[in-house]
Design a binder for this molecule. Structure first.
Ligand code: BV8
Length: 248
């Protein structure tokens, strides 16, 4: 039996599924991954250097402009078959009384727009910004901010409500993710290079807990040797095949 057939069979019977997604799930929607060459103005910046509190402190105008451009670009993107297949799988597992947990490193909210009910955004989201002075949260509209860095009425700045390198992840989100990975029958790591911790640690937890663990990425990752099934290919092509038998 092929790895894909084994996974289809396991998902059809699973009582508890945990999924970790990364930037590779959104590439087919046109959202560049972290390691893609950035277009235009951003070609000369290393994204990982802009996603830090130090970069924001040094040049808040540059960093907030970069995030606002990413936010607007995501609004122009549509969920792709990978996002839609994961929403189908969630409905199928939950409709038979099973548990389904989707943990995403992505900040684009395409899982929400595809119909996933409660994705756990362990790296936050581009679509919520936070006042540096009061912590007030806002959801900016479909237009760019008028100026950068955007200023809050309280005299602070608005920053994206995302987790930067060197910042702690939201504790409850991480706790839910780790608990789901530790107690699931089937675990899927999809479109993630497995390089960013502690998110990447979910895969090791799932493997140690005895779940059937699978990875779906274009390229090998540091966890490819550890999982039971490693499928190479586009998430937008593989995931619809994995859920083709589900009726919801
Ligand atoms: C923290 C939001 C406490 C911002 C992001 C050990 C333990 C704990 C921390 C660390 C540790 N070691 C190092 C650290 C520090 C650091 C870290 O992990 N560094 C790495 C680079 C070594 N972690 C942190 O700082 C975290 N904070 O732990 O706080 C602490 C603090 C300091 C020191 C110790 C502890 C915070 C990390 C969160 C950073 N914020 N995002 C923003 O987006 O701007 S992470 C960012 O990177 C994105 O979320 C993105 O998801 C992630 C990149 O990972 P991927 O999603 O996997 O994307 P990538 O491009 O890498 O890979 C894409 C994959 O998809 C590839 O495999 C490709 O083959 C595949 N693919 C492409 N197309 C497709 C596809 N697959 C299928 N189909 C396709 N079509």
């Amino acid at each position: 039996m092929s790895g894909e057939d084994r996974l289809i069979q396991a998902l059809a019977q699973a009582k508890s599924v945990c999924v970790l997604t990364g930037a590779g799930v959104s590439t087919e929607s046109g959202v560049p991954t972290f390691r893609d060459p950035q277009e235009g103005l951003w070609a000369k910046y290393d994204p990982a250097k802009l996603s830090t509190p130090e970069a924001f402190a040094a040049d808040p105008a540059l960093v907030t402009r970069w995030y606002d451009e990413r936010r607007l670009a995501c609004l122009a993107c549509q969920p792709n078959p990978a996002h839609l297949a994961l929403a189908t799988l969630e409905r199928a597992v939950r409709s038979r009384g099973g548990r389904f947990t989707l943990v995403t490193q992505n900040i684009d909210r395409l899982h929400h727009r595809a119909g996933s009910q409660d994705p756990i955004e362990i790296h936050g989201t581009l679509h919520v910004w936070r006042c540096t002075r009061t912590g007030e949260l806002i959801e900016p509209g479909p237009d760019p901010f008028r100026s950068y860095p955007p200023r809050s009425p309280a005299g602070g700045l608005y920053r994206p409500n995302v987790v930067w390198f060197g910042e702690m992840l939201p504790e409850q989100a991480l706790e839910i993710g780790y608990r789901a990975a530790a107690s699931c029958d089937v675990y899927l790591a999809i479109g993630t290079s497995g390089l960013v911790y502690p998110a990447a640690g979910l895969t090791e937890v799932a493997c140690q807990s005895g779940a059937l663990a699978a990875e779906i990425t274009l390229d090998p990752t540091p966890m490819s040797w550890r999982v039971d099934i490693a499928l190479r290919g586009r998430a937008g092509e593989i995931l619809p095949r994995l859920v083709a038998g589900e009726s919801v």
